[in-house]
Design a protein around this ligand. Sequence first.
Ligand SMILES: [Zn+2]
Length: 249
Amino acid sequence: MLVSFLTADYAAQNQMLSNFTTSEAFYLIIVIAIAGFFVQMRLQSVFDKYSRVALPDGMTGAEIAERMLREHNIRNVRITHVAGHLTDHFNPATMTVNLSDSVYSGRSVAAAAVACHECGHAIQHAEGYAPLAMRSALVPVVSFSSRAAIWVIMLGLIMTASSSSDLICWIGIAMIALSAVFSIVTLPVEYNASARALEWLESSRILAGAQLDGARISLRWAARTYLVAALSAIASVLYYVALVSGRRR
Ligand SMILES: [Zn+2]
């Protein structure tokens, strides 16, 4: 996708996109934003529900995380506490699994699910799981390009007024497309971490039956927030493609 923006024949591209306008792309962005709002609300209520479902053996999220890492022979990752709500993450730079208040000391189905999901990322890192490696490699590039892209596109639009080339605009769009690639690569990373979490929670007999289902539902809604983010990133690429190709007509 990225390369085609730069190399494809503009006339052919305009032909292909002639049915797609900026206002349609804008509506798409709005629809996805509304869907994102509902997914976020649902995630919140699912987590609230399963935060109140206690574990039979009463282990905290931190204790479960310690055990999951130990059983996977991972000894160079520390479990630490981070402030906030849903701020849990694995940091490969510091080799820490950071668990939020309610997960670190929580003794619930939701705490177990989140703690094990984050350990899933630590295990991916230890195994050299390819999508995680690709995602990590993209972080510095995307953090620069996502900030600079809008300025490149604006410069491109100003230059288009006085020249026939809109190459600069397409470079800016390619930079935005990189963010979309990043959020698409994030999807297998997130789904795989949840799959690892659920598999281990089941095999270690920490969760079973309705409690395991609760963990599955919690992680499913968490994954949907990443799905919405990816769709939103794709829609914003479409918006800028429509904007730039529309100006040439
Ligand atoms: Zn994750």
